[in-house]
Write a protein that binds this ligand. Structure first.
Ligand code: GLY
Length: 362
């Protein structure tokens, strides 16, 4: 049966606690460098929207929960959070206004994986991915098949499109083209929900990619990971990004380490980002160096002009996260910026936001 043990009350309590920690760390909640010191395990690393999630994952692992399950428990927080419009409930919909979610899990102990793509009406796709891993001898279920599988496993269907996400989608649709029948409402931009979005993401691109990846390392170096997303905002219906693709949006191998990515999914797919990072760690690179080397490959593989700026650099951002079985962590982004941060938590410590290493500065 699905684990619905994370309640709205848990979400609010965890978020409030983390907000207090972030406030101590500074206005942006970020430290400037990787902390030195012992590689205490359990440890979890995630994208910056996982500050509460890494704490949940570490607490679960400390209580004996396997890393892959702990990762799924952690990401249940942003999946349920309507203010995270890149994941789960409240995620921005596709171009037809339908929320379609992608998620995957991987267990480095058993080298099993499960994934769902273009799944509608289920708030916790990562839990469905875990059920695919455990309850089938297959790896990836998509669309209506994934929904029927979720129903069979007792997951409840619900409307995932919040009023705020519907308004943001409509604003995008009405302003996307002057060659169709949709007319922008001049007063729309003053709507508090549209203002909330513009303040957070800007008005220039208007199609954020968010996503949460979480890699977890247990007390004895056991590994597991999970990635879950609503994908590219206003995507073509059925478009699937890197998140549910094993080797791209996530990968872990018990003897080496675990990795995943967030950001421009197509760039990550072409360079098979997460698997590349794990291979580089196998060859001896530390997690941060492995992420940077994988991103250098992404730069080399970005050949199309519309994806590159005037200096030939990828226009879109891509972030990679990694940890090895010793418990060392690292992350890197193509572009420095307010969103190029990652979250880490170790047993006995509060979660922290840290700056990613970056290839480029604007
Ligand atoms: N990285 C998330 C996506 O492109 O769908």
């Amino acid at each position: 049966m699905p684990d619905h043990s994370i309640t709205r009350r848990d979400l609010i309590a965890a978020t409030a606690k983390v907000a207090a920690v972030a406030a101590v760390a500074g206005p942006a909640g970020a430290q400037s460098a990787k902390p030195a010191g012992a590689l205490v395990r359990p440890v979890a690393i995630s994208s910056m929207n996982g500050l509460a999630a890494v704490k949940v994952a570490v607490d679960k692992m400390a209580a004996g929960v396997p890393p892959v399950e702990a990762a799924v428990a952690g990401v249940a927080l942003p999946e349920a959070d309507p203010d995270d419009i890149t994941v789960g409930y409240g995620g921005l919909p596709n171009e037809e206004g339908v929320v379609q979610l992608d998620a995957a899990v991987m267990d480095g102990v058993t080298m099993r994986a499960g994934a769902v793509a273009a799944l509608e009406r289920i708030k916790h796709p990562a839990q469905v991915a875990l059920a695919v891993m455990r309850g089938t001898n297959r790896i990836l279920l998509v669309g209506d098949g994934a929904l029927r599988f979720a129903r069979a496993h007792g997951f409840l269907e619900e409307n995932l499109l919040t009023e705020r996400s519907r308004k943001i989608w409509l604003y995008w649709k009405e302003n996307a083209s002057q060659k169709d029948d949709w007319l922008p409402d001049p007063g729309e931009v003053d709507d508090p929900d549209i203002q909330w979005f513009i303040k957070k993401y800007g008005d220039a691109i208007f199609r954020p990619t968010g996503t949460i990846h979480l890699s977890a390392c247990g007390p004895a170096g056991q590994l597991g990971c999970c990635t879950t997303t609503s994908g590219l905002a206003f995507k073509i219906p059925g478009r699937v990004g890197d998140s549910p693709l094993i080797g791209c949006g996530l990968y872990c191998e018990g003897e080496v380490g675990s990795s995943g990515g967030t950001g421009h999914g197509e760039s990550n797919i072409i360079s098979v980002g997460a698997h590349t990072v794990v291979e580089l760690m196998r060859q001896g690179k530390a997690p941060e160096a492995a992420c940077l080397a994988a991103l250098e490959r992404v730069v080399r593989n970005t050949k199309l002009d519309y994806l590159r700026d005037e200096k030939g650099r990828p226009k879109n951002n891509l972030l990679l996260y990694a940890l090895n079985r010793a418990g060392d962590v690292g992350s890197a982004a193509l572009w420095a910026g307010e969103r190029s941060k990652y979250a880490v938590c170790r047993a006995g410590s509060e979660p922290q936001l840290l700056e990613c290493a970056c290839l480029f500065k604007r």
